[in-house]
Design a protein around this ligand. Structure first.
Ligand code: PMP
Length: 443
């Protein structure tokens, strides 16, 4: 590394530490990694270190880093028009909305654009409340829906954070067989009991007060629990029975991550509202939104929807959506996620779990997998989060960027990942996990 490069690297770090106030952190504890470039499944700094990105930058870059077609589309739009108010018609915005509707189920034909995932959830909740004239929102304890007013209260894990938007939010247990709240031992039992619990919650709360059931089709940050067969269909049936709006939060799971355009697809359900962000354009320019059913859109045909954001359907973001979705279709990127998950990631992780008792369970679909780490397979005692943070650093030291949460490593590469890249990552996971000694774990 030349002195100049070293000073650029140093400066990036120093400026960050001096001026940037980071999310989800005690500021004094931070030691951020400097990232200056990326391509496909890799990112690098300017000090000669390169990383295989198996975090997809917050489970986001489904198309990989610096896809040339998306970069070119942003540049071209930037030459034409960089910004335009929401209450205008703009070709990029219209083309983006059309491509999203084309991939959504029949009967959802309008898109409301936001700046990201949390405000997509906020606006979906508001639409459901106005559409039903009801107040309450049901969501699961193990969920992540965003870090703004209503979205953070809907997020089960953070329900204890004081928040004036807490009005009308009720939580219930979703299916999670490995740590079943229902004493279930099979997926069928878990499904049946989870649905019975949801119905009891609805009845106890009073169906006439419930506007929406808000559900990640595959809960992401909370643990990548693929729902048992029949669960989402059961939720749809309960929503219909009680006149409740079913909001699918597809912010993390949507647009290819699970090997289908939407994670609910294999479960044969059609939600009323779909919140999306991340994978729709792989986060190249911030954007999210809500895909709206015809019935809910009709509510607002002659009645004002009192929601809106200055950057709604921002032209640079919209142009990047068009290019990203076209490239994903033409290059078979969603199909790649499905194949790599089924043929390589799943079997490789199963093989790892068979050898390493520190792994309690592996589960997932597409390029959306969790390794659940335990101190004892019999009791399923979670590996302490501090130890998992240490593993994350060890993985980075060996050139792998990992996503970790609680006692889990989430294996979440871009949808374009190759078999060889998965094998390269697996060798690093294996090396780090097999050299980890946990008190009480027999090898
Ligand atoms: N919903 C889900 C399922 C998410 O995973 C996230 C982000 N991780 C959000 C909503 C919030 O998205 P954003 O951070 O873009 O606001």
């Amino acid at each position: 590394m030349s002195t100049l490069e070293s000073s650029v690297h140093e400066r990036a770090y120093q400026l960050d530490r001096q001026y940037v106030f980071h999310s989800w952190s005690a500021q004094a504890d931070l030691d951020p990694m400097v990232i200056t470039g990326g391509s496909g499944c890799r990112v690098w700094d300017d000090a000669g270190r390169s990383y295989l990105d198996f975090s997809s930058q917050m489970v986001n870059t489904n198309i990989g880093h610096q896809h040339p077609r998306v970069v070119a589309a942003i540049a071209e739009q930037a030459q034409t028009l960089c910004t335009i108010a929401p209450a205008t018609a703009n070709l990029a915005r219209g083309e983006a909305a059309k491509r999203i509707v084309d991939r959504a189920p029949d009967g959802l034909n309008k898109v409301f654009f936001t700046n990201g995932g949390a405000d997509a959830v906020e606006n979906a909740i508001r639409m459901a409340r106005l559409h039903t004239g009801r107040d309450k929102v049901l969501s699961t304890y193990r969920s992540y829906h965003g870090n703004t007013g209503a979205a953070v209260v809907a997020t089960g894990d953070w329900r204890r954070v004081p928040n004036e938007f807490a009005r009308g939010h009720v939580h219930f247990h979703g299916p999670y067989l490995y740590r079943s709240e229902f004493w279930a031992s099979t997926p069928e039992q878990e499904c049946e009991r989870a649905l019975a619990h949801l119905e009891r919650t609805i009845v106890a709360e009073g169906p006439a007060s419930i506007a929406a059931i808000l559900l990640e089709s595959v809960p992401g940050t909370a643990g990548i629990m693929v729902p048992p067969p029949g669960y989402l269909a059961g939720v749809r049936a309960l929503a219909d029975k009680y006149g409740i709006v079913y909001i699918a939060d597809e912010v993390m799971a949507g647009f290819g991550r699970t090997g289908t355009w939407f994670a609910f697809e294999p479960h044969d359900v059609v939600p009323d509202l779909i919140a999306f962000a991340k994978g729709v354009n792989s986060g190249y320019v911030p954007i999210g939104g809500v895909i709206i059913s015809d019935a809910i859109a009709e509510t607002f045909a002659h009645r004002v929807f009192p929601g809106g954001l200055t950057y709604s359907g921002h032209p640079l973001a919209a142009a990047s959506v068009v290019a990203a979705l076209d490239a994903m279709s033409e290059e078979g990127i969603v199909e790649n996620a499905a194949r790599v998950g089924a043929e390589v990631i799943g079997p490789e992780l199963e093989a790892l779990a068979a050898q390493l008792p520190i792994i309690g369970e592996v589960r997932g679909v597409g390029v959306f997998w969790a390794i659940e780490l335990v101190t004892d397979r019999a009791t399923r005692e979670p590996l302490p989060a501090a130890q998992v943070a240490g593993l994350k650093s060890e993985l980075a030291a060996r050139g792998l960027l990992a996503f970790t949460a609680e006692n889990r490593i989430h294996v979440v590469p871009p949808c374009i990942v190759s078999d060889d890249e998965v094998r390269e990552a697996m060798a690093i996971y294996r090396e780090v996990l097999s050299s980890t000694t946990i008190e009480g774990v027999t090898k």
